[in-house]
Design a protein around this ligand. Structure first.
Ligand SMILES: [Zn+2]
Length: 167
């Protein structure tokens, strides 16, 4: 290797970006560019190591995004509360609706993005299996939190509108 970068001292920033993957033999996490496992000494096929490392990186992303989606779902009661405050009490500013709507839209984005990017990941990583299972629960919770209060909200909103037109 004549790559000058490989001789440069390893900074904390580059170290954190080093791709790791699990040794096929001993399952310890090792550097994907290593030719030998530093734990058990098994030889490492660099192309399959790189592919493995890529999958592992995606699994980490999938776990993070799944967490983010779940947080968004727990904001949905706040979304409804804000809309009720806005239409019920009649707060004169759009920010009360704008923020919850942004959270709603971004949560939909995270959920749809998750299934598009990670839905068909080929890995037997238990973290991925857990994240995927968690995402299914997230989708169910999300649908319940949006679909169930919707008729109630529309009824409430309708009443407010009718009152408003009567005046
Ligand atoms: Zn090993």
């Amino acid at each position: 290797m004549n790559d000058p970068a490989s001789h440069a001292p390893v900074s904390v920033a580059t170290q954190s970006q080093v791709q790791t993957f699990q040794c096929p033999k001993c399952r310890e996490y090792i550097n994907a560019s290593a030719s030998r496992c530093r734990f058990c000494g098994a030889e490492v096929d660099s192309s399959s190591a790189a592919a493995q490392a890529e999958i592992q990186e995606k699994v980490a992303q999938a776990v993070n995004q799944a967490r983010l989606a779940r947080v968004g779902v727990w904001f949905m009661p706040a979304f409804w509360l804000n809309l009720i405050l806005f239409y019920g009490i009649g707060i004169e500013t759009g920010i009360f609706v704008f923020l919850p709507v942004m959270i709603l839209v971004s949560t939909v984005g995270v959920i749809v993005g998750w299934w598009t990017r990670f839905g068909k990941l080929q890995t037997d990583d238990p973290d991925y299996a857990k994240a995927r299972h968690g995402m299914k629960t997230t989708v169910v919770l999300f649908v319940l939190m949006i679909v169930v209060p919707l008729p109630l909200f529309l009824m409430g909103w309708g009443t407010v509108l009718i009152k408003w037109f009567m005046n």
